[in-house]
Write a protein that binds this ligand. Structure first.
Ligand SMILES: [Zn+2]
Length: 290
């Protein structure tokens, strides 16, 4: 699944061919994606693109009239092709530019989205999103305060888009390992120091992934380009039964909120008095401020 770094990389990859140029038309071959493709898109013509940006895992193409919002879903990718290039299966949408280039969207599973809005601030998918992980708003004080009285598992808390956007399953596993925190520790039991380490680790991990993405940028530009999923050096994710890179104990896994979770039972000690599904037990360890 494309995560925040892949979307950032995709945005940077297509920007030189879109930004400042004029959209001639948008061809929608398959309107039935996760949500129906906005009807406004097929009617756009002669619209200048004024900027590209990203919010969470949404690509935002700014035009003089409004905003095209793209989401790559589970299996989507965008690439730049030339006019006349063969249309492949699952090529659902083309943004045809006046410079001879086409931004082509491919998505075998069709969980992606292409929508239109004339007001970003009130766009319904954005209103409940937490801060961007690489922004200054996402800092120790914010995370620490946000976690107070939260009885949810730390891993679930970090993956909650209302807390912070862009921390997908792989990153949550890796970051918790780096910070020596058990994924089932309650969010409310975080110390300020632990919150600080988490914030630093999340920023570093995502920055590193985006920088690595730069080296795969050309994949987005080749006609047969596949999405540039990064060959990441993962320390715990997907490594159940393999040795921990630090202590050589076996990595274990469990399911938390329907997501596979990997951790080292030695480096990330289990929280005390806490059972997987016992919210009552969890409440006992959570500090009450009043
Ligand atoms: Zn270990």
């Amino acid at each position: 699944m494309p995560e925040l770094p892949e979307v950032e990389t995709a945005k940077n990859g297509i920007a030189p061919y879109l930004d400042g140029f004029v959209i001639e038309k948008i061809i929608v071959r398959q309107p039935k994606l996760r949500w129906a493709v906005s009807a406004e898109l097929s009617q756009l013509s002669q619209q200048k693109i004024t900027a590209l940006s990203r919010r969470a895992k949404y690509l935002i193409i700014h035009t003089e009239k409004g905003f095209i919002i793209g989401h790559l879903g589970m299996s989507g990718s965008v690439r730049i092709v030339e006019q006349g290039d063969v249309v492949e299966t699952h090529d659902h949408l083309d943004i045809v530019m006046n410079n001879g280039k086409i931004m082509r969207y491919n998505d075998p599973r069709r969980f992606g989205a292409w929508l239109w809005t004339d007001n970003l601030d009130s766009f319904h998918l954005f209103t409940k999103l937490g801060p961007e992980p690489l922004s200054d708003t996402f800092n120790t004080d914010y995370l620490f305060q946000k976690s107070r009285q939260k009885h949810t598992a730390l891993k679930t808390f970090l993956m909650d888009n209302a807390v912070v956007v862009g921390v997908g399953n792989i990153y949550a596993n890796e970051v918790l390992f780096q910070c020596a925190l058990h994924p089932l520790k309650t969010a409310g039991s975080l110390t300020e120091e632990q919150a600080e380490r988490l914030v630093k680790s999340i920023k570093a991990e995502l920055t590193r992934a985006i920088e690595q993405g730069g080296t795969t940028l050309k994949d987005f530009l080749q006609p047969d380009g596949k999405p540039g999923y990064f060959a990441q050096e993962l320390q715990v994710y997907g490594r159940k039964g393999k040795p921990c890179p630090i202590c050589f104990n076996e990595i274990e896994s469990l399911i938390i909120a329907q997501r596979n979770s990997f951790f080292c039972p030695h480096c990330q000690p289990a929280p005390k008095l806490q059972k997987t599904k016992s919210s009552k037990g969890v409440k006992k360890v959570a500090k009450k401020s009043k």
